[in-house]
Design a protein around this ligand. Structure first.
Ligand code: ADP
Ligand code: MG
Length: 345
């Protein structure tokens, strides 16, 4: 682990920025300046990258440190650096003037549920609700916009999983680091430069099923693997998790249908399967520059017309959590119907 003042070689002039306490993002898309987020929104800082050639060289060097190639033939890279930092980089002409580097740091220690309560992400009785979801093996879809805290919340929920259970994590880039003694990770492999050798998320989800999982976790559902996830969660594997990019729980059905289309699933099939696959949707929001919080818990069900709809169970309001139409059944399933009144109060 690289501590402050012990910046990794591959980071070059960005090393000191990555080593700043609390920094989550370091972004460069022009010479001489970087933008960093230390939890309070983006701020600009000067950086010793004198021209666009220096930015490009750094991007290429970092990709190499992540075991990936970045050049004119492969001008985009999404890689994991040796300390876990996630690198995304784009070269000209795709980013016309200058290479664009986006770094997202990872915590060495997962935030636990108490940390999320302390940071204001989880408030009131919600901690009990989330703990009960894990203990009772609900299948949970964590939703939110990019950077809203989905992965962080998911890692904290996985840290609550019984240590006697085996967690299979399937990911694009090895980001989830739950505090749990028994985690098996599968990370997708991109095609090599000749275009062969790719092992994608759909394959990995299927393989995970043969590895005696107690919990199947898809770090981020962003494509055709939604078909395998729906199938796994529909065939007796309860207690799994996935995250999905969606701006609100109301957007979740359309997002699932759109991803399902990538896998050749028609709308009705996705709607039927999703209503059964997921017991709850937990939605996180970034409010302003710094505050990340759980904004809603919902369930997915089918309306009278047969459409998939997200039904609010708990919604964070100005005076605490408000119970919605789905709370009675969800709270009962969680053994919290009494607490539900307290939640709603
Ligand atoms: N409750 C929190 N307290 C402090 N930092 C947080 C919290 N939630 C998320 N973060 C930080 O915000 C950044 C984005 O979170 P992440 O979980 O990766 O978002 P997403 O998966 O939605 O893109 C990460 O660097 C993470 O460490
Ligand atoms: Mg994420």
């Amino acid at each position: 682990m690289d501590g402050p003042g012990d910046a990794p070689q591959w980071a070059g002039p960005l090393g000191s920025l990555l080593a700043l306490p609390g920094v989550t993002d370091v972004l460069v898309q022009e010479p001489r300046r970087a933008w960093i987020d230390r939890g309070g929104g983006l701020q600009m800082v000067g950086v010793d990258l004198p021209d666009s050639a220096a930015v490009r060289a750094l991007a290429v060097r970092m990709a190499g440190a992540g075991g990936r190639r970045l050049d004119d033939a492969a001008p985009v890279v999404d890689a994991r650096l040796p300390d876990g930092t996630r690198l995304h980089a784009v070269l000209p002409p795709l980013s016309p003037e200058c290479a664009a580097i986006s770094l997202r740091t990872v915590r060495q220690r997962a935030l636990d549920m108490d940390d999320l309560v302390a940071s204001g992400m989880v408030t009131g009785q919600l901690g009990r609700v989330l703990r009960a979801m894990v203990a009772r093996h609900l299948s949970v879809l964590v939703t939110g916009a990019t950077g809203s805290g989905k992965t962080t919340l998911l890692a904290s929920m996985l840290s609550l999983v019984d240590p006697a259970e085996r967690i299979l994590v399937i990911e694009e880039a090895g980001e989830l680091r739950p505090d749990h003694p028994h985690v098996v990770r599968l990370i997708e492999r991109r095609a090599n430069i000749e275009g062969s050798g790719a092992v994608g998320l759909p394959t990995l989800v299927r393989e995970a099923m043969r590895m005696r999982p107690d919990r199947v976790v898809l770090g981020e559902c962003r494509g055709a693997e939604v078909r395998e996830v729906l199938s796994v969660f529909n065939t007796g594997h309860r207690g799994g998790f996935a995250t999905l990019h969606a701006n609100s729980t109301a957007d979740v059905p359309a997002r699932l249908v759109a991803l399902g289309a990538l896998a050749g699933l028609d709308q009705r099939t996705v709607e039927l399967q999703a209503a059964i696959a997921f017991d709850a949707v937990v939605h996180v929001e970034r409010d302003g520059a710094s505050v990340r919080r759980v904004a809603q818990v919902a369930t997915l069900s089918r309306s009278g017309a047969g459409d998939l709809v997200a039904v609010p169970a708990l919604t964070r309001g100005s005076r605490g959590w408000e119970a919605g139409p789905a709370w009675a059944a969800l709270g009962e399933g969680l053994g919290l119907s009494q607490a539900g009144h307290a939640v709603a109060a």
